[in-house]
Design a protein around this ligand. Structure first.
Ligand code: XBP
Ligand code: MG
Length: 257
């Protein structure tokens, strides 16, 4: 058996483009419902994404952007209530089918399961948000596809801290050298590299300007037979065969023999 045993996926931005049309819209609905005139434009949200975690992002916004209406007697309670309401709106957006998987995600998950690779998730999002995404964008039983699901509910320190990856590797009972991580952002890559994981970065509109030194591969998405990925960089880029159209299990086994 080759040394590659498991694939570990980040969620937001990696499995699906959840941020601009998902979490951001849901935050704005929660702000409006609370009578706040806060509005996170797509551009502002891009800046705020430097902070992982919805509650942390709101605290950062209050601290650094001084919006009106944040003189609540209980700011922590206010943030917690806004976050709960944001998650409720996010779940509605998922149920309406507004968020779909990124190219190649379903194909690679299906293929990996068929080829006996183990699957895990390592995310800093809230568990209920992840469950909604898996159910609505993948399948009713999709959470059973992943042997380990590590979320913000399991670890307190969010990415770029490596804790969620350490937790995932411990739960899988595998060494980092037996797994590959899939990430979409600088914070995510810093977390996975700090845990010793070789990492494939699939950038998106919010993360395509990032610095991904140390990534094994940087691509625009995982690719599908009819929608080839673009290879953007990475330390293993020179070993990707000419004409390769997608990240598939045979490519992974070629790069990690
Ligand atoms: C991405 C995040 C999350 C979401 C919001 O996490 O930073 O905070 O934007 O989720 P990842 P919550 O890419 O690691 O999945 O509101 O549930 O925190
Ligand atoms: Mg991400």
């Amino acid at each position: 058996m080759g040394r590659l045993q498991a694939l570990i996926f980040d969620v937001d931005g990696t499995l699906a483009d959840t941020e601009r049309d998902g979490h951001r819209v849901a935050f704005n609905r929660a702000f409006a419902a609370a009578g706040l005139d806060w509005h996170w434009s797509p551009e502002l949200y891009g800046e705020l994404l430097a902070v992982s975690g919805g509650k942390e992002r709101m605290r950062h916004y209050i601290r650094h952007y001084s919006p009106a209406g944040c003189s609540a007697a209980d700011p922590a309670g206010m943030v917690a209530a806004l976050h709960a309401d944001k998650n409720r709106h996010y779940d509605h957006l998922l149920a309406e089918g507004r968020i779909s998987l990124r190219p190649g995600v379903r194909r690679l998950l299906d293929e990996a399961r068929h080829e006996g690779l183990r699957l895990a998730i390592a995310t800093t999002t809230t568990r209920s948000n992840l469950m909604g995404l898996l159910r609505h964008a993948l399948s009713d039983d999709a959470c059973s596809w992943f042997e380990v699901i590590a979320t913000a509910d399991e670890v307190t320190k969010k990415k770029p801290a490596p804790h969620v990856y350490h937790y995932t590797l411990d739960a899988l009972g595998l060494a980092a050298s037996q797994c590959i991580a899939f990430e979409d952002s600088e914070n995510g890559l810093r977390a996975s590299l700090a845990a010793g994981l070789d990492t494939i970065v699939t950038v998106n509109d919010y993360t395509c300007q990032g610095e991904y030194d140390g990534a094994a591969l940087v691509v625009d998405h995982l690719g599908d037979p009819r929608q080839a990925f673009r290879l953007l960089g990475g330390v293993l880029a020179g070993r990707v065969p000419e004409g390769q159209r997608c990240i598939d299990v045979s490519l992974l086994r070629h790069l990690w023999p």
